[in-house]
Design a protein around this ligand. Structure first.
Ligand SMILES: Cc1cc2nc3c(=O)[nH]c(=O)nc-3n(C[C@H](O)[C@H](O)[C@H](O)COP(=O)(O)OP(=O)(O)OC[C@H]3O[C@@H](n4cnc5c(N)ncnc54)[C@H](O)[C@@H]3O)c2cc1C
Length: 365
């Protein structure tokens, strides 16, 4: 990718500037990471091309502590939630906007077997903070079609990822810390103790390109398995629901202004990253069977999740270039994974800690 003239001139304005970190990508991963680096006093430059179908633009920002068919706790969920609550709280203060919402999730149970499995789960002391029976008068009664029963998942959260990325981008622009362009790999030169990108030099360069890591000549050997998803912002007429989430085959997530986020879908093969007519046709039909009220569509988005074959993040240092790093592979759970692992990564980069071996890219060397 060649740089445009405007970016080229912005880059040359930075001549003779030596930075601590250059971060490529301002999705959820790059935003949380660069925020933490700057908070710790490091000088940064973020480079992002504003890809419309980045996963972060389509995400609901949910942190769901209990997932899957067997109602199991998400990996490291207690630690991840604590870290997420703290770091998004710091970001809220820094940007002056509300991002974090504590939520309960109502999950439909479709058979007696599921009702029984959930009853057992909610009796398990290890799950006491997260699993309970839903009250009969819960907020979704009458809004959605009845199922065999409803599970109540407590202790979840929703983070307004869209607002975070937008507000943080404005902050970076005002502070002249963002180069709005595609990264041109041909302008990168490496030595043992520095990286040079055009006229800028830095101690380290970190790639957080989401699924577009596939185009990165330094890291595309890693086993990314991108999964496209699509989402809708819908209006349900005459229904007002606070911050609870309903999960059936689809999610219904209140996002304010009488609107709900709804979506999902996992396409491992897809033509491009744009929203499709096929998704909307099928999804709206399915929603019609689930929701008892008329709906209207406000917006349709799509994004590609940077999933990894072993479902763990891709973090660490290039095996041959000690100044090149990656913070990626957040898959389906970026909202909870980004803060905990960005903090751990900063500790690792600054010589104050280690990476968990299961997330370290040396597992693929
Ligand atoms: C429909 C859908 C729903 C989801 N719901 C949830 C949810 O509820 N909860 C949850 O935790 N996760 C959810 N996810 C997953 C979540 O979105 C991802 O884990 C997360 O957003 C990944 O962030 P990222 O920064 O790694 O990648 P991205 O969001 O893709 O960001 C990558 C950034 O890098 C930039 N970039 C890429 N290449 C270059 C380049 N060469 N030069 C310059 N810039 C570049 C792009 O412009 C982009 O801004 C969902 C995903 C989808 C698609």
């Amino acid at each position: 990718m060649q740089m445009d003239i405007d970016s080229q001139s912005k880059l040359s304005n930075l001549t003779n500037k030596h930075l601590d970190y250059i971060i490529v990508g301002q999705g959820l991963a790059g935003s949380v990471l660069s925020f933490l680096l700057e908070q710790q006093g490091y000088s940064i430059l973020v480079i992002d091309k504003g890809h419309q179908h980045a996963a972060s633009n389509a995400a609901a920002g949910l942190i769901n502590p209990i997932t899957g068919r067997y109602y199991t706790k998400s990996w490291k969920i207690e630690e991840l939630i604590d870290s997420a609550r703290m770091i998004y709280g710091e970001i809220e203060q820094h940007l002056g906007c509300k991002l974090w919402y504590d939520i309960d999730i109502y999950r439909a149970l479709h058979s007696i077997e599921q009702v029984n499995d959930w009853a057992l789960r909610s009796l398990n002391p290890d799950y006491k903070d997260f699993a309970a029976d839903a009250p009969n008068d819960h907020v979704y009664r009458g809004v959605v079609n009845d199922s065999e029963g409803t599970a109540l998942i407590k202790g979840g959260a929703r983070v307004d990822i869209g607002l975070f990325i937008e507000q943080y981008r404005s902050y970076l622009i005002e502070s002249e810390l963002l180069l709005e362009t595609g990264f041109d790999y041909s302008q990168l030169t490496l030595s043992t103790d520095t990286v040079n990108y055009g006229a800028v030099s830095a101690d380290h360069l970190i790639f957080s390109e989401g699924y577009q890591m596939l185009n990165n000549p330094y890291f595309n050997y890693l086993p990314l398995a991108p999964a496209k998803g699509e989402s809708l912002h819908i209006k349900i007429k005459d229904v007002e629901i606070p911050h609870n989430v309903m999960k059936h085959q689809q999610y219904l997530v209140p996002i304010g202004n009488e609107q709900f986020w709804s979506g999902g879908g996992f396409a491992w093969k897809y033509q491009d990253s744009a929203p499709t007519k096929a998704f909307i046709e099928k999804y709206v039909k399915d929603l019609g069977q689930f929701i008892n009220h008329p709906i209207s569509i406000v917006e349709h988005r799509a994004g590609v999740r940077p999933c990894v074959k072993d479902r763990k993040p891709l973090i660490g240092t290039h095996p041959e270039h000690p100044r090149l790093h990656i913070f990626n592979g957040l898959g389906t759970k970026g909202t909870s994974l980004a803060p905990f692992f960005a903090k751990q990564f900063v500790e690792y980069l600054t010589g104050n800690g280690d990476l968990l071996p299961v997330v370290d890219i040396t597992r693929f060397s």
